[in-house]
Design a protein around this ligand. Structure first.
Ligand SMILES: [Zn+2]
Length: 78
């Protein structure tokens, strides 16, 4: 049913155009409302552990980049 597929794609585009967004106060990224950079960071960490030879091979860079862009998350121990 290709007609249904086209209608579905249009609805997705319309949703994207009208999507509410928020801006991260630390890095300035524009994000869908209800999500945060921390949400995406945790998703990236999950990919690291799901694929140790792929995403996991650059785990240290993932963590470093996130904390450089979000310095309020530093701790004295870190
Ligand atoms: Zn951010």
């Amino acid at each position: 049913m290709s007609g249904d597929g086209r209608r579905g794609a249009g609805e997705s585009r319309l949703c994207h155009n009208w999507m509410m967004t928020v801006v991260c106060h630390e890095c300035g990224a524009e994000l869908p409302a209800g999500l945060s950079c921390e949400t995406y960071f945790h998703r990236a960490l999950a990919w690291d552990f799901e694929d140790p030879a792929g995403a996991g091979a650059v785990h240290h860079l993932t963590v470093l980049c996130y904390f450089l862009q979000h310095p309020s998350r530093y701790s004295p121990e870190g």
